[in-house]
Design a protein around this ligand. Sequence first.
Ligand code: SF4
Length: 270
Amino acid sequence: MTGINNIENIIFSQMSLSTFKKCPLKFKLKYIDGIRWKNSSPVIRHFAEVFEKGKKFHLLAERYFQGISTDFERFKEEEPEIYEWINKLKEYFVIKKEHTYLPEYQLRMIEDPIRLQAKYDLIVDTKGELQVWDWKTAGKRLKRDKLEQSFQTIVYLYLLKEKSELAVDRKVNAEDIKMIYLQPNYIDSPVVIDYTEEKHKRFEEVIKNTIDTINNYDFMNDFDKSLYKKHCKYCEFNFLCNNERINLFKSDDEEIIDEIDWDDIEEIVI
Ligand code: SF4
């Protein structure tokens, strides 16, 4: 089937792979047909404050690690929560001269059959190890088991191990890479996920198998909606597929936030 994007041209991200796993039709609508959640949609408006705070925190953290002087004090009155978050981050994360910080760093790999990209909140090279940091500002306390199996963990760790030379000019052993999820509201309890060569091989299989399934998926004939129904009530295409709207007042915010690709939301200015 033809669409705005041909499958062969798609460079997969953790979000697109995880979307395919949740529902192949949703993947097709978003990544092949190019239909995205509009900023004016009721869901995005409902979560506008959550998104805006998250985006601002990411921008301020980026500036902090880039060493760009920013008047953080002005947030004290205007945005006390963001002010508190960034102060906690600065206390927790004292910048060391001997370390290299790569905030908002993008990596890409196109080596048949793997076409993969990721944007990292922060990579830190301590010269002994590489740390991937990811900020999570929305939602409840993170669950380790969910994160360990997530496509974000799989893609971010796999891609960094494969392409470490692009980021830090040297090959790095899997055992010297780790991923750390940090929530400013729970700054003392980051979720640290270690990496190993065994995991690297396993993650490669998961990525290859998923891309292979996508490449060979017949969206006209293979799709069986009944298999994916549990994701419909939080899906932006619920009205299109089932003629039902997301019930924002009966839904679990967490589930909806998980569905939204933050990169889809318009940039904000601070
Ligand atoms: S509403 Fe349901 S079937 Fe339709 S794209 Fe979303 S998850 Fe898939």
